[in-house]
Ligand binder design. Structure first.
Ligand code: AMP
Length: 194
């Protein structure tokens, strides 16, 4: 199985690249942000709770997010691996993910981080906010808070996966097609060598 974790700050292009990856490698896409937004749209209890945090640019508490992700991983499907997008975002989530995968006799294959400087992120997110309907993309203060939360709580995971020799960095400043090619070639090399 090929279990990819696509990683990077808000606005780095994780969602866009995920769409290419699921098709190319037949992966099951698990985006915690998308799952939350779907629940918010359907006004479920989970959505109502998560919205309080998402609208402020804060992380939804670990116990809620981990429980939700664990349930989504159980659904049986014909796929060649998972693509985790926006999860894990804390060390506790990363440890829980390792546990979930271990129970399935699996592990993370690679963490691919898309590297984009902060100034570029803010303008990208504000631009996305003009068309996306995402309240958290429409307010500069909330965007800056999301970037701060990434730096304070999430970025540490680079180290977590580097220690396991699973960390790969990609320059996210070039075109979407270029970034895609770079990611595909990293995965293809990994698959050839493993
Ligand atoms: P995203 O679509 O990945 O940018 O996520 C949008 C928002 O959903 C984030 O700013 C968080 O409020 C929440 N969220 C998504 N994934 C997680 C996660 N793994 N842990 C906690 N909160 C999350």
């Amino acid at each position: 199985m090929l279990n990819i974790l696509i990683f990077g700050p808000p606005g780095c292009g994780k969602g866009t690249q995920s769409e290419f990856l699921v098709n190319q490698y037949n992966l099951k896409h698990l985006s915690t942000g998308d799952i939350f937004r779907e629940n918010i749209k359907n006004k479920t209890d989970l959505g109502i709770e998560a919205k309080k945090y998402i609208d402020q640019g804060q992380l939804v508490p670990d116990f809620i997010t981990i429980d939700m992700l664990g349930k989504k991983m159980q659904s049986k499907n014909d796929f060649s691996g998972f693509l985790f997008d926006g999860f894990p975002r804390t060390k506790k989530q990363a440890e829980s993910l390792d546990d979930f995968l271990l129970k399935m006799n699996q592990e993370i294959s690679m963490m691919i981080c898309i590297d984009v400087p902060e100034r570029e992120l803010v303008s990208r997110l504000l631009k996305r906010g003009e068309s996306s309907n995402r309240a958290d993309d429409q307010n500069k203060e909330i965007i800056l808070n999301r970037i701060k939360v990434y730096k304070d709580q999430t970025e540490v995971l680079k180290d977590y996966y580097q220690k396991q020799n699973k960390f790969f960095n990609v320059d996210g400043i070039s075109t979407i097609a270029d970034v895609k090619e770079k990611i595909f070639s990293l995965i293809d090399i990994y698959q050839r060598e493993s």
